[in-house]
Design a binder for this molecule. Structure first.
Ligand SMILES: [Zn+2]
Length: 654
């Protein structure tokens, strides 16, 4: 699933621009260059780090949901709105308690404090986020998994709650009166939350609703002008210092604490509490001067230009990290973080700023070099001549799915979750088998592979392949570990072994045609189909990859530099890809077709039409080793509505 927060990034910037203009027209100054950049740097830091653990966090929620849910609130229950309502109220209430404890308990505050460090209040402050709060919040949300809120419903509701909270970070919207003021969390309420005026401290914790504050006695009305920030100012533009300073403060409190009990108390006490004799100097609240440093116009221009590059790189990482090799992502994230530190140092006029700037430029250069050498952006396209063929295609004949395919599929097949031990790990897959097996038939098997963050059950809901294959095939929707696939391991890959084990198991239990095992997958599942085809020659007969790409970084290389697996052999392959796919780019899908056309020895410069308008197949491929590419107009990072039908048509002819 595309990250909704990443998709919203351009809108954030447009709205920040509008707020800036609106403030200027009203003659008020709500933004300072230095402070705003630090807000954005904190936001970028938290987002790029999330790349490494967002999937894991969702997998933890998902594991709890699967193994411990008490009620089943699946949308198919007859009341499709029910899980959404439970999720909305649940996320909001649990957010309230997480947020409240994040202000009342030191170690939670150490994570959350980042969001409160700005001494200004504007839309950019909304983006000032902490790296660790996604971890501190996760345990608070797990009751929803136990309550049976499905993972996807939770993830979407949580993302919408986060997006809602963006607009309330503004001074330009005054007090809104009426019933909405009683129910919804509004800018005026949240200004109070960000203020350090004594009567405003520890108030208004709500996310989208303010009713929890009214109910639990933490509501305060905005009366006097709020003073924003934290009681002991951060006084720094270094986004890394912003993330860690309170942890270090806690460490020094631990050192100052005299008894083991007091040391322990440092973790759980209120941030207002200090060990005996530990003094914190705090400037007065009223008439406080905000921390700032003069920045010359020249430096501001340089920093702003660099920042455009950093934002671009961040956006690219957030959107395309699924399709990039891990090393590229790691170096890319390091380059972004390095740039943020260097920019902070330049703004603060640190003596080491120039060295940091040069170091991070080198790191950025290395990241770019890795991207271009990884093949992720390969575009060595040949000029392809398209031939229109007369009559029906023998490789991809049109094969419309009957209008009642859904009910047919349901009556012809049955599904069950299966567990298999693979290398000491229990792996799950959803088996779709024909209700009656014809004794005279040996059945083909199709492995269906979900994308990152998904699972067998969920993907089956969105992509019911049996509506195309009916009772003619046995299907296995495999479940990835942590909702993902291992695309990196080139030898003894656990997911390749899993695919093999499922096929062996099915061959034992059913009359299977052992020469007709197919795999199709979406996004990361499309990539792993390619990896299985590459690493286990002779196992699969054909693959179809949706919104995926070719295998990268394998043990060997072909003479032209493409990655190669030991003993790799030609295999039939169909790549389907949305033209508007910004998750894994269209060029990545096109390259996967070019890749197999090369491996199979097809004519790379000649293609012909098929029974499916967007799809073309290469000419001159060996028999039964066809390669086709279907760029689908208007499709984003998802599976084409006719994908199952076209894929099954392709598999049958190979
Ligand atoms: Zn807060």
């Amino acid at each position: 699933m595309p990250d909704p927060i990443a998709l919203a990034v351009p809108f954030f910037f447009v709205l920040i621009g509008l707020e800036l203009l609106w403030a200027r027209r009203r003659g008020v100054r709500v933004y300072r260059f230095t402070d705003t950049l630090t807000d954005l740097s904190c936001g970028i830091t938290s987002q790029v780090v999330l790349i490494f653990w967002a999937a894991l966090q969702l997998a933890i929620y998902d594991a709890v949901y699967r193994h411990a849910h008490l009620v089943s609130l699946t949308p198919s229950w007859g009341r499709p709105w029910l899980p959404w309502v439970v999720a909305f109220i649940g996320v909001d209430l649990l957010y309230y308690w997480w947020h409240r404890l994040s202000h009342e308990v030191n170690f939670l505050w150490a994570a959350h404090v980042v969001h409160h460090q700005s001494e200004d209040y504007n839309l950019a402050v909304a983006l000032r986020q902490a790296v660790l709060t996604s971890w501190t919040a996760l345990p608070f949300y797990l009751p929803l998994a136990i309550l049976g809120v499905p993972t996807l419903v939770f993830a979407v509701t949580h993302a919408l709650s986060t997006l809602y909270q963006f607009w309330i970070h503004t001074q330009l919207v005054g007090k809104i009166r009426g019933p909405v003021d009683w129910i919804m969390n509004l800018p005026s309420h949240h200004r109070v939350h960000h203020a350090i005026n004594p009567q405003y401290l520890d108030k208004n914790y709500g996310a989208t609703l303010v009713v929890w504050d009214r109910l639990f006695g933490t509501y305060a009305e905005e009366v006097e002008r709020p003073v924003y920030g934290i009681t002991k100012p951060l006084a720094s533009f270094d986004p890394m210092w912003a993330q860690v300073h309170y942890w270090l403060e806690m460490a020094s409190m631990m050192r100052a604490a005299r008894t083991p009990f007091e040391k322990l108390r440092v973790w759980f006490a209120s941030p207002a509490w200090k060990p005996e004799g530990y003094v914190v100097e705090t400037p007065p609240i009223r008439n406080r001067t905000k921390y700032d440093r003069p920045v010359s116009r020249k430096l501001a221009t340089y920093v702003a230009l660099q920042y455009v590059g950093v934002v671009g790189a961040t956006f690219a990482l957030l959107t395309w990290h699924h399709g990039l090799p891990r090393t590229v992502v790691i170096v890319g994230v390091a380059a972004v973080l390095g740039a943020l530190v260097a920019i902070g140092a330049l703004l603060e006029g640190r003596p080491w700023a120039l060295r940091a700037e040069l170091g991070r430029l080198a790191l950025g250069g290395l990241a770019l070099a890795l991207v271009f050498s990884s093949g992720a952006c390969r575009r060595d396209r040949h000029n392809v001549t398209m031939h229109t063929i007369a009559g029906e295609s023998t490789i991809l004949p049109a094969r419309a799915v009957a209008p009642d395919a859904a009910s047919d599929a349901a009556s012809l097949t049955r599904s069950s979750m299966q567990v298999l031990d693979v290398d000491g790990r229990s792996r799950r897959y959803l088996l779709i088998e024909p209700r009656t097996l014809e004794p005279s038939i040996r059945y083909p098997v199709v492995l269906v592979l979900h994308g990152d963050g998904g699972d067998a059950d969920g993907f089956h809901g969105g992509f019911p392949f049996e509506q195309a294959s009916g009772a003619d095939a046995i299907l296995a929707y495999l479940d990835g570990i942590g909702s993902s696939w291992d695309l990196e391991t080139t030898f003894e890959n656990r997911d390749v072994k899993f695919a093999e084990a499922v096929f062996d198991e099915l061959s034992r239990r059913f009359p299977v045609d052992r020469s007709r095992l197919f795999a199709t997958g979406y996004s990361s599942g499309g990539f792993i189909s390619n990896v299985i085809a590459c690493q286990r020659h002779g196992l699969l007969r054909a693959i179809a990859s949706n919104a995926g790409g070719a295998p990268y970084k394998q043990a060997q290389t072909w003479p032209n530099g493409y990655p190669k697996c030991p003993d790799q052999a030609p295999i039939a392959m169909l790549a389907l890809h949305g033209e508007d796919d910004y998750g894994v780019t269209l060029s990545s899908g096109r390259f996967s077709a070019e890749y197999w056309a090369y491996v199979n020895g097809c004519k790379s410069d000649e293609m012909e039409t098929t029974g499916y308008e967007p799809c073309h197949v290469y000419r001159g491929c060996p028999s039964g080793k066809a390669v086709g590419f279907c760029p689908i107009p208007g499709l984003g990072h998802w599976v084409w509505t006719r994908a199952a039908e076209a894929t099954w048509s392709f598999f049958r002819t190979q």
